[in-house]
Design a protein around this ligand. Structure first.
Ligand code: SF4
Length: 336
């Protein structure tokens, strides 16, 4: 057991793995922590982090904070970035989780893979200082990859290491990280960059902004946030949104979100699954069917049957597809 222990936030990306690796190479005991916010992209992210821990020879804790994190997305104190990404609040949230584990484990500092100047919103100097302050970690928050360029850290103050043990990487280039990864043999299991999340995606941001505007942030529960991830979204009225699957995966997910909502399928022809969020009128159900038919394998002008179902109730709808050139489609589309 090492004399001094650290908690390393592991995102599944290369930088956080390198920061943990450097800390371990300096003789500290390191425990990795991956916090799931529920908005992470990429399948098998947890597997990636666990594999990273194994290769680095460090234990890894996985924490699911997805329910708690919704409040960060609803009302970020520091606002959003280019999409609906609340990066500063997100960093503070994750660092508080790491700080809690640090206290529980008797560790003495927290390590992240942040690199000065790498991300415009969350990794410029003022942002790095702000999250250190708001997470209440202060000098116990260490960014080994840029440590030489930043203020003194707790391990230096204690005389366990010197400034020069940290690195002086800054900016957006990933050259030095890739060189280090190759030198330390840790490039195989990492994704090229961590921190990618669905909140950065423009189309998700458009749907979320629309939902906040029409329903208010507090009325969106976990399932409502999840539904915004799948399909094409069309706002039919203040309270009604039609969602049309884009592919097999969307169709499968929409079927699992059908409780309390109308879903539509094509019994006789290949076509997307459609789902109606809200309480639609008969006219809105009909319009959803025509929208869904526009994306089905049906020639324009041909009548087609859809089966609409909700909690045991069933209706058969006969409609003609909207023409792809119909301007209404673009007008209703939320995520165009
Ligand atoms: S991009 Fe990274 S820091 Fe920003 S909100 Fe997403 S996970 Fe958090």
């Amino acid at each position: 057991m090492a004399e001094h222990e650290a908690i390393a936030l592991l995102s599944g990306g290369l930088d956080s793995a390198l920061a943990a690796a450097l800390t371990a190479r300096l003789g500290f005991g390191v425990t990795g922590l991956n916090v799931s916010t529920g908005f992470c992209t990429g399948q098998g992210r947890c597997d990636t982090v666990l594999a990273a821990g194994q290769r680095l020879g460090i234990p890894v804790r996985l924490e699911d904070a997805s329910e708690e994190y919704l409040d960060i997305v609803r009302r970020p104190k520091h606002g959003y970035g280019s999409a609906m990404n609340p990066c500063l609040d997100c960093r503070v949230f994750l660092l508080r989780k790491a700080a809690a584990l640090m206290d529980a484990e008797g560790a003495e500092f927290v390590v992240t893979g942040e690199v000065l100047g790498q991300r415009p919103m969350s990794q410029h100097r003022r942002a790095l200082d702000l999250v250190a302050r708001e997470s209440e970690l202060g000098e116990r928050l260490v960014r080994p990859l840029s440590g030489r360029l930043l203020g003194p850290t707790y391990p230096e103050r204690q005389g366990w290491i010197t400034r020069n043990d940290w690195l002086d990487i800054q900016g957006r280039s990933r050259k030095r990280q890739l060189e280090l990864a190759a030198r330390w043999g840790i490039e195989e299991f990492t994704q090229p960059s961590g921190g990618c999340c669905i909140l950065l995606e423009k189309s998700y941001a458009q749907r979320l902004q629309d939902a906040f505007r029409h329903r208010g942030p507090d009325s969106l529960d976990r399932e409502a946030f999840a539904l915004l991830r799948y399909g094409r979204h069309f706002r039919l009225s203040d309270n009604v949104v039609a969602v049309i699957g884009r592919d097999e995966q969307d169709n499968a997910v929409l079927s699992t979100l059908s409780s309390g909502r109308w879903t539509m399928t094509f019994p006789d022809t290949p076509g997307p699954t459609a789902l109606v969020d809200g309480e639609p009128s008969a006219k809105e159900l009909q319009l959803t069917a025509r929208l869904a038919a526009r994306y089905a394998d049906v020639p324009v002008g041909t009548e087609v049957t859809l089966l609409a179902q909700r909690d045991g109730e069933e209706r058969e709808l006969r409609v003609t597809p909207l023409s792809p050139e119909e301007p209404l489609i673009e007008r209703l589309r939320i995520d165009g």
